[in-house]
Design a protein. Sequence first.
Length: 364
Amino acid sequence: WLTSDNMHHQWLLLAACFWVIFMFMVASKFITLTFKDPDGYGAKQEALILTAVTKVEEVHVPEEKHWPEDFQPTGKSFSGNLIRQPLVHMERLELLRNVCRDAALRDLSHTAVSKFVLDRIFVCDKHKILFCQTPKVGNTQWKKVLIVLNGAFSSIEDIPENIVHDHEKNGLPRLSSFSDSEIKKRLNLYFKFFIVRDPFERLISAFKDKFVHNPRFEPWYRHEIAPGIIRKYRKNRTETKGLQFEDFVRYLGDPNHRWLDVQFGDHIIHWVTYVELCAPCEITYSVIGHHETLEDDAPYILKAAGIDHLVSYPTIPPGITVYNRTKVERYFSGISKRDIRRLYARFEGDFKLFGYREPDFLLN
């Protein structure tokens, strides 16, 4: 009886040992997959994103272990809420493609890939990156990143502020400077991205920066563009104060705004639509970042482009990217619903393409 009991205990001990070994093997496999070395990720990123986006409908409530292998979160680059970034960006690209296919929005979502668009796209040949500039969403910092990558300066801190926007000195070529065949090659092969923010908040930022504060001393906004808008759109001609936001909104919402746009030239880039700037339905972008989530999006973009080991996005001051609903409502509070609706009608493509909802004060 004692011998039988001892054998029973030995078998239990042996089974327990096998169970521990089995669990150790499973854990080792999981660790290997989760902390896989991400080197070489950037070179494949565009193809991976496009492949994954076409299958986004199949993804329901994904767990980390169900993501594509190259999207596995790594201890090096992802932490906290960054772990869900691949899915977020796949959803953004899928939304973009769906809206691009919407025939009812075609006039608001499609534009020709003209010289105006190609002038907005900056090139980093060394790392095969294209960046479309969308002013008033933190583009200065991204230009600094590309300037360093192109080798003009060794670090972001070394770049003088007056050089960043001097395109003859900053070492950032525009896509328009290449031949047609070279342009097509780069559009087909390079990693491409741009940044968006709430369209109405961006317009407020443009108005404040160019017509109120004007910190870079660009006098043509106050002394040439503002008077042109006032002459055509101010209702009370006896007022002598400078351009008001109400005047600006009337100009932007006028279906015949292009008459003034031609006179203003490339200065309109600070308030034209994302569609007009970057042609998102004609150019297949790899990533679209959002200003409101830039703290998460910036590291993801660097990793997706394969440059996170070479450069970091400059520190973002706390709260600067948060959508300020109160500010937006305050700026639009004294403007007629008719003028706001006309403005929204022009920027509706931007709202729909990038998942921004129609403002509440338009629904009341």
